[in-house]
Design a protein around this ligand. Sequence first.
Ligand code: BGC
Length: 417
Amino acid sequence: MNDMKTNFNSRRSGFRQKAGKFPFLENAALCRAAATIFTALLLSPPLALCAADETIFVASNPPEMQRLTNHDSSAYRAAKLFMRGVNLGNYLEAPPGQNWGVTVSADEFAIMRSEGFDHVRVPVGWHHYAGPAPDFTLSPEIFARADFVVSNALANHLAVIINIHHFDELDTNPAAVTDEFLKIWRQIAAHYREFPIQLAFELDNEPHQNATTAQMNPIYAEAISEIRESNPHRTIFVEPGNWGSVDELKNLALPPDENVIVSVHCYEPFYFTHQGATWAGPDTKVTGIQFPGPPATPLVPDPSLKLNPWVTNWIYRYNNLPADKNPSGPVAFENKLKYCRAWSDYYSRPVHLGEFGAYTKADDQSRANFYAAFRQTLDEQKIGWCIWDWSAGFRYWDKTNNRPMPGMREALFGKSK
Ligand code: BGC
């Protein structure tokens, strides 16, 4: 466990961002915190509700994306393969020579399947294995490692999403590495061209900073046409900017390719899901936050933590608001997921929730409550989901004891064995 934590942190420090929209923030978790803060400070509850319930979408970067009409397209048929997934996090996205504490054996894919998952999302740091310009040739090593995962997953009747994960240069200077990005995808696409359609490609994990949605729209269009040359029938996932934010869906301008699924990420309520996450900055120092709030005994943070006022305010509301209004409860994500459904129906684009989860610093019962409530809301909205993660810091599977973490099987699949 300690090893895992050390690796987790050193990994984070290896991926620091340049100053961007929020210059005091340095990573994904921090920027998610910023989004939470801005939402809390700027939106009154009625306005937030109104925005989330809106079903008419006005693109912020006109011209607005063309609406498709076919709800029986290849993407909708493919989306049925990607309903209940798990992220194989902290594994193939690690740079060469680094071990972030996760090992994977072939029999784990059979376990995933028998637990009830139907797909596995595999973050991959392909760019770490790319040779110099102009070809950016990917090393056989990364293909061998990715093939091991993809082949074993498929052999166990799991659909698979492979992505490019933590390509930091794309976030800091998208124009400078667009050529490399496209050439990496050309090689991945050529390598997997004969693989079954249960293998999907996701273009880029959590674009952020300078990789805004508007900046990524034309890059995505180019990557899609690059991939289509060798993979005319492959399902392609894309994420909007600001870390795959639901609020960025309105800025997407995808080409009219019918076999594209849009994937978003949501880690709300952030102070609950990331409590004790050392990589997430000063706002997540308070632990002991339960889900759902309010707690039976009010939480009194240690004054030496010197919390920011918005965190103190959040904890006040956590301690005092009833369950149906509590910030550590389903209100933190319900309207976002309803918005996804409405956006999806309006544009005839399937939406997938590619990452949600809670760090294991939260107590077991609260984690189980959280995953159950989030999963139930996704199911109500008919949105396929993929939890973060399989066996790392937000884990489903307890490798030491060879069983799911407490309550997780019931939370996700409504069954116990
Ligand atoms: C990142 C992971 C991280 C997780 C939770 C994901 O988006 O890719 O590295 O552990 O968020 O913060």
